[in-house]
Design a protein around this ligand. Sequence first.
Ligand SMILES: [Zn+2]
Ligand SMILES: [Zn+2]
Length: 282
Amino acid sequence: MTTGVTINLRADGGLERREHPLLPPRPGGALLAVERANVCGSDVHLWRGGHPTLHDCVLGHEFVGRVVDTGGGPLYDARGERLAEGDRLVCSYFRVCGNCAMCRIGRMNLCEVAYASWGRSSLEQPYFRGAFASHYHLHPEQFTVKVPEELPSSLAALANCALAQGLAVVDRIRADVLPGPCLVIGAGALGLSVVAGAPKETSWDVYDRVAGRRANAGLFPNARALDALPPAGGALDGNYDVVVVAAGTPEAFGTALEQVRPGGQIVMMGIINTRDTDVVSI
Ligand SMILES: [Zn+2]
Ligand SMILES: [Zn+2]
């Protein structure tokens, strides 16, 4: 039987290479060969033991995989396009059952089984459920999208995490506070994905303590990098209608409170949280 390899995070923080048999995919799923896997900031947090429950698992969730086995059945992406062996895919890392209470009100990221396949030990079948591996078992309940041929895997790999979160934040920015001045705190992939996905008529200031990171704001015509934040507003004023916190630190939330105008909006993103709130808007 053909085998593949996973890089498993052990409970003691070590990484262990394990070899497993490649099982056939379940109906409606697929076996993918991992073509590219990014190291997300969440992977680093988890590697450092920053998650309360995930301590023995295969990390990696920003990736592009190539279909090597469809199990013989028809396979379609989220747009309804029929997929074939050799196609490159990006996949949501969480599952969506479509039937639970949250799925029925459209909050699919909070599906009851969202994380039933993610962060599992590679000792459990079907073994390949993280992207730091040679292969990945796509579950039938995961959304997937075929990557166009002209798009390199290096760009497509962040679509299912950083870019998806950035677009979700843009969706949650209230229409009544746009298009005032907006601020992003944190110029990593998350923060810059918000700028990339925001309406072009909005203007964004981008702040990051690391000069090299905030300089990347210059890549976007509707953004400018700030070397320092403007003086904090008083109790009844502020500088920004929208403040997006993408820095992953508690201190950044305090900064957001100082910078937001009355009636404005703060959006937190990229917070590891085991409760039901993935993004908090106020
Ligand atoms: Zn990620
Ligand atoms: Zn569900």
